[in-house]
Unconditional design. Structure first.
Length: 100
């Protein structure tokens, strides 16, 4: 069975760990990009959840990396530290991935 790992601020990671998920605290965008490069080699991972507060530091590079990677699936989630709702253009992401 494929695993899920959560990357982001300590509040979100501790909450997900209580639910039984693997998690790693990441506070800098550059650290996130390096970690994603390392995690894409893990065969047991199916999904990587990343908090938006870290993604916002390196948004363009994150989107480029996410489009290149086919496995594991990388999804952005809101941080529990700063809950705010933002619209996500999933259709735009899909179009970019398909080159339309």
């Amino acid at each position: 069975m494929a695993k899920v790992i959560v990357l982001g601020d300590k509040y979100t990671i501790y909450t997900f760990r209580l639910l039984g998920f693997e998690g790693m605290i990441v506070e800098k965008g550059e650290e996130l990009l390096k970690l994603l490069e390392d995690l894409k080699e893990r065969e047991d991972l199916g999904v990587i959840l990343v908090t938006s507060d870290v993604v916002n530091q390196v948004r363009d590079a994150f989107n480029r990396l996410r489009l290149k990677m086919t496995k594991p699936l990388i999804m952005e989630i809101p941080s529990l530290r700063e809950v705010k709702f933002e619209a996500v253009d999933y259709l735009g992401i899909l179009r970019a991935a398909l080159g339309i």
